[in-house]
Design a protein around this ligand. Sequence first.
Ligand SMILES: Nc1ncnc2c1ncn2[C@@H]1O[C@H](COP(=O)(O)OP(=O)(O)OP(=O)(O)O)[C@@H](O)[C@H]1O
Length: 261
Amino acid sequence: MLRASDITKEYIEKSACGRRSVCRAVDGVSLEFEEDSIYSLVGESGSGKSTLSRILAYVERPTGGALALDGKPVAAYSRKELRQQRKSIQLVMQDGQSSLDPRQTVAQSLAEPMKNLLDLGKEERNARAHDLIRRVGLPDELLSRFPHELSGGQQKRVCIARAISVSPRLIIFDESLSGLDVTLRKQILDLLLELKAEIRCSYLLVTHDLDVALYLSQHILVMKEGKIVEKTANVKSHNDLRHEYSRALVKALLSKRHALI
Ligand SMILES: Nc1ncnc2c1ncn2[C@@H]1O[C@H](COP(=O)(O)OP(=O)(O)OP(=O)(O)O)[C@@H](O)[C@H]1O
């Protein structure tokens, strides 16, 4: 469905003394996402996961390489086609509160992508907002609230409802589950599995947490210093990860578990 070929992203950084240097955040990444599958992207902080996610969601342009959707290069899309395709890939960011406009009620927040990307009329948007809020397990009365009147878990659910409102084919969750306590995180993970069974889209979950990746996904992608160092399909346990760097991540995970017991 979505193919990324040799994606590179360089940032020019300026030091305090005015010297310029190049940071290669993403370095020659090629990936292919299939329909109806769950992928996790893991790697340590600064390995380029968020940058790659923004590029895959067309929020940021790569410095090199190309994206193609259903075989057609995204660069060849007209403005109108690109707008149409924007709904296919949705990005859910880490912080629920700052991803939602503080001046919009939940109903307005849910209506916005349906208005901009689906051209739905007001009545249809309202009806869909009621349906969406229930699908993510929240009561209808929350539709009239503002983001600061919601708990962290409720904000995440609203962000998920907003992402599914346009029937995407791939949803990228960029660290969207961090900062939640274990019980709440499990609830959201189970909600994602339920929704996926209903809407049959693909997920890319960007996470530091290998346990979360193993719980949810069939495909694990491991990123280090801007490169994908391992792509493993049909992952059942951490033993399936073979690359030296992946083994180091597994070792860190296991020692963290022992420290907690
Ligand atoms: N807008 C930017 N300008 C300059 N450098 C940037 C920018 N965004 C990211 N970087 C740099 O690119 C590299 C990759 O950052 P990125 O946020 O993609 O990593 P990450 O794996 O998502 O990290 P984390 O898990 O901590 O969120 C880092 O060295 C970061 O400092």
